[in-house]
Design a protein around this ligand. Structure first.
Ligand code: FDP
Length: 333
């Protein structure tokens, strides 16, 4: 392929902006900085297995800098790259309790970024795929650094959402109201190149993904739905189980091949385990944009009005028919 035929994420973002006149370019710059942070994190993830050999958290590296654990490194990479982009009013990270204003000497922008720097952290030590998830809203306050109410907006109001999956390859997937696109990092030239455009999730899929270790404390509805996926009601609709335990990786597989990921409320997590603002809502935005669905077992995730920054929610996400099937089972219909 000729170099001129390669579509880098920067080129794609600029082309999209030209297609949709009226854009100021601010969102494009923000996405560019998120992609940049994704590359920095990908580099650290590749070396993560060496942290224990070359110096673990609490030690210093050869430059005399403190070597940190991956989630701190990833959180700082995003805060630093995006916080100084001039496009941000406020940020929310899984790793920080309160809203994060832009640095004092940085320009304040009109967007709100909510993110999970390292999703699936229990998989870091065992070299299994992990990810970064992000959600972007437009601020609702007028000026100055953003406030809590800028952060507590329903998912339906997102202007863009995406994730970076650090697997055998590093893949950035995002949606900004014009379909879902995937870009794969070409490590030798350091560019994210368009690898799939306008991703559509099949209406029903072959996979179901759930932590069955928690089945003892699921409600009857979830139990029935999972039994049906295993074929209790006959051969029709039988699914195969796949559970990585990294939400991004489980979601990505089901996005491409179809299927449903479930994390219901259970005895350990009575309100569900996953976080609404920077896990469930951005993935729900992508799922709907790709023709899929996402619910909390009853209502669409995108319609939930958040009341807390780190609010949890049950999550059923993926192929539309499969999500609706689970919702019906949960409601007892
Ligand atoms: P983790 O706790 O490893 O960070 O975000 C939380 C999350 O991972 C998701 O990525 C994953 O889908 C889920 O929790 C796994 O939870 P269980 O280990 O309870 O199955």
């Amino acid at each position: 392929m000729r170099t001129s035929e390669l579509v880098t994420i920067e080129r794609f973002i600029i082309d999209q902006e030209r297609l949709h006149g009226g854009a100021t370019g601010e969102l494009s710059t923000l996405l560019y900085y998120i992609a940049l942070a994704g590359k920095v994190i990908a580099r650290e993830v590749r070396a993560a297995g060496l942290l224990g050999i070359l110096g673990s958290a609490g030690r210093q590296n050869v430059q005399g800098e403190e070597q940190q654990k991956l989630d701190v490194i990833a959180n700082d990479a995003i805060k630093d790259a995006v916080g100084r982009s001039g496009r941000i009013a406020v940020m929310v990270s899984e790793e920080d309790e309160g809203p994060i204003p832009p640095p004092r000497d940085a320009q304040v922008g009109k967007y709100v970024l909510l993110y999970d720097p390292v999703d699936g952290s229990s998989n870091i030590d065992v070299n299994v795929s992990i990810g970064t998830i992000f959600s972007i809203h437009r601020r609702v306050t007028r000026d100055g650094p953003g406030e809590l109410k800028d952060c507590l907006q329903p998912g339906r109001k997102q202007v863009a959402a995406g994730y970076v999956l650090y697997g055998p390859s590093t893949i950035l997937v995002y949606a900004a109201g014009h379909g879902v696109q995937a870009f794969t990092l070409e490590p030798n030239i350091g560019e994210f190149l368009l690898s799939r455009s306008d991703i559509r999730v099949p209406r029903t899929g072959r996979y179901y993904s759930i932590n069955e270790g928690n089945s003892g404390s699921w409600s009857n509805g979830y139990r029935k739905a999972v039994e049906a996926f295993k074929g209790a009601a006959g051969k029709d609709g039988v699914k195969t189980a796949r559970y990585i335990g990294s939400l991004v990786a489980d979601f990505h597989r089901n996005l491409l091949h179809g299927g449903v990921f479930l994390y219901p409320a259970d005895a350990k997590s009575p309100r569900g385990k996953l976080r609404l603002l920077y896990e469930a809502a951005p993935l729900a935005f992508i799922a709907e944009e790709a023709g899929g669905a996402a619910s909390d077992g009853k209502d669409a995730i995108l319609d939930i009005v958040p009341t807390e920054l780190h609010q949890r929610t049950p999550l059923v996400i993926g192929s539309k028919d499969d999500v609706e099937f689970v919702d019906r089972a949960v409601s007892g219909a």
